[in-house]
Design a protein around this ligand. Structure first.
Ligand code: ZN
Length: 246
């Protein structure tokens, strides 16, 4: 089975469209590590697309806040503005869909999914220490996660912890052949708001027969998203960060 792995779409329709064009005919099923909404100007379109196309989704911290499960006050002021605006843009049905997304980990046939760590969807796996704790808690040898908006991840072989890097800036993909007896935690990167210094939309493909994960990056019309964001009255900083991938 070939999977398209998405995370942190964050209401960026142009980025999702570019990813789907780039990945076309390379996957059979879509899974998502959460954060469908927040920050960018197309929450309704992204929620509708995910509800129609994703086989499995785990909820992210932004989904939780916009759905009213968690409190807004934990967000920084800019994220609060965007969360309030997002709530006003979604129908009752779309809000119900967000509310019903299960929290991770979701343990599936070939891998598991979570947003932050297996313990906490709001925790960031950026250090080797947190990665080590999360790897110890995996229920499958392979997990996909999100939340950091940084493509790459970690693996463990016995006691040795290794780092998986993002696709290089002058490349469009990086393939990882999974080895037996290793544990992997892989972040496909953020579709809608990359923060690893590469503004291109990020995603991953996984072929479970070949045991091959492919990290990919694809350009999208950031200026279009920026224009829509401005005319929606969302904070300028949210648009500017897209150009820098920060
Ligand atoms: Zn996010």
């Amino acid at each position: 089975m070939r999977f398209l792995i998405l995370s942190d779409l964050h209401a960026n329709f142009e980025a999702l469209t570019a990813v789907l064009t780039d990945a076309e005919s390379k996957y059979d099923k879509v899974v998502c590590c959460g954060d469908l909404v927040g920050y960018n100007p197309d929450p309704a379109a992204i929620v509708d697309w995910c509800s129609g196309h994703c086989a499995h989704v785990v909820r992210g911290n932004h989904d939780k806040v916009v759905a009213g499960i968690d409190d807004l006050e934990w967000f920084n002021p800019i994220a609060q503005v965007s969360a309030r605006w997002t709530m006003s843009q979604l129908s009752q049905e779309q809000l119900h869909y967000l509310r019903d997304i299960p929290r991770g980990p979701a343990v599936l046939e070939h891998f598991e999914l979570f947003h932050g760590t297996p313990f906490d969807e709001d925790e960031y796996v950026l250090s080797e220490k947190v990665a080590g704790q999360s790897l110890s808690a995996l229920q499958m040898p392979l997990a996909f996660f999100g939340h950091t908006h940084v493509q790459g991840g970690f693996f463990r072989q016995h006691r040795r912890l290794g780092i998986i890097k993002a696709v290089q800036l002058d490349e469009s993909e990086y393939a990882i052949q999974l080895e037996p007896d290793l544990l992997y935690m892989i972040n496909p990167g953020s579709v809608g708001q990359p923060r690893d210094g590469d503004p291109r939309a990020a995603y991953a493909l996984y072929d479970s027969d070949a045991r091959l994960v492919t990290l990919r990056r694809v350009e999208y019309p950031i200026a279009t998203t920026y224009r829509k964001l401005k005319s929606a009255g969302l904070p300028d900083a949210l648009g500017l960060r897209l150009f820098n991938g920060q």
